[in-house]
Design a protein around this ligand. Structure first.
Ligand code: FAD
Length: 305
């Protein structure tokens, strides 16, 4: 119930424009968002690297409505990649195709996304294409396959798979067959029972099934979850199959289960933190509340400290 309510609120344009403009809104979002500028994201990245954690930085934003906005978003990624390289940070970038203008002009979105991946290739870095709601699943996977096939880009771009979707097993098979790196997550959007598992137990069972396919593929993948059961199942499977800790990584969100991130690193596992920054934090922030409505109480308490 609450999850659905927060996801609906995350799609409200009027609430979004009101919230993103206010000082209180920005302050509240700080729990999950590193700040509004590239400098904020780099400072947070340095702090994570000092703790032995890798990073993926996401310039927040989705569903841009014109080509200029899309080009501006891509420009920020170019600056970010340069700064990461100059500072020798252990970090890559994550982007959303609707932020690159997928809904405005598909050819332009491909052009500017491929330029970001080409930039990553030049500095030996990597671009993860985040997965959005199901209207974008096929188009996003097509984009990633196409980018991966482009001359010189293979290995520098990766996809995201959501274990709540029925189709994901087949998508994993196709991506693995092409040698494409995958981030496996449960999925953060509201999807219909026609296409997605509704029960947490089913989403989790599918996560474990897909995790095993990924670990056995010999390709470097990311297991994105804060669920200790998923993490334990991954570690047990890796140990049983003698898959070394360097062969894959765990991934978690900035501000979520920092204790667990640290614990994994101390135990010798790799862990990457997804750091979002930018002024357009509202939909991302609301999806984090949807995952754990109790976060709302925590945030309200901190606001009055
Ligand atoms: C690195 C990363 C990248 C992601 N990229 C995408 C993407 O591209 N597309 C997409 O659809 N989704 C993405 N997600 C979100 C993901 O799909 C889930 O919505 C989210 O991770 C919650 O699922 P969970 O696996 O942590 O398990 P859940 O079963 O939701 O949670 C397990 C436990 O984790 C803790 N927890 C989970 N979420 C929170 C939170 N917000 N605050 C505090 N505690 C929490 C709680 O203790 C909870 O009991 C990403 C997640 C991560 C970690």
């Amino acid at each position: 119930m609450l999850r659905a309510a927060f996801i609906s609120l995350s799609e409200s344009k009027s609430l979004r424009s009101a919230a993103e403009k206010t000082w209180t809104g920005r302050r509240v979002s700080r729990r999950f968002v590193a700040g509004t500028t590239i400098e904020d994201a780099l400072a947070a990245t340095q702090a994570m690297n000092r703790l032995g954690l890798s990073v993926s930085v996401d310039n927040l934003g989705e569903n841009v409505t014109n080509a200029d906005e899309a080009r501006h978003s891509a420009q920020l990624y170019h600056r970010l990649l340069d700064r990461m390289s100059e500072q020798g940070l252990d970090a890559n970038v994550s982007l959303k195709l609707t932020h690159m203008g997928l809904d405005v002009d598909e050819a332009m979105a491909y052009q500017i996304s491929s330029e970001v991946v080409e930039h990553a290739v030049r500095i030996n870095n990597f671009v993860r294409v985040d997965m959005e709601g199901s209207p974008y699943t096929q188009r996003t996977l097509d984009f990633v396959h196409r980018l991966h096939r482009a001359p010189g880009l293979a290995g520098h771009v990766g996809a995201v798979i959501q274990s709540y979707l029925f189709r994901s097993e087949k998508d994993v098979e196709d991506l693995i067959a092409c040698g494409i790196r995958i981030r496996l997550c449960k999925g953060a959007y509201k999807e219909s029972p026609q296409i997605a598992f509704e029960k947490k137990t089913d989403v989790d069972a599918n996560y474990i099934k897909l995790m095993k396919m990924l670990l056995k593929s010999g390709i470097y993948h990311g297991m994105a979850t804060h669920d200790e059961r998923m993490i334990r199942a991954t570690i047990e499977f890796a140990q049983k199959e003698k898959i070394p800790p360097q062969a894959f990584e765990f991934q978690m969100l900035y501000g979520v289960r920092r204790d667990l991130q640290q614990r994994l690193v101390k135990e010798g596992w790799r862990c990457r933190v997804y750091i979002p920054f930018g002024t357009e934090w509202y939909p991302y922030f609301m999806r984090r509340l949807a995952e754990r409505p109790a976060n709302m109480l925590f945030i309200i308490k901190n606001l009055f400290r």
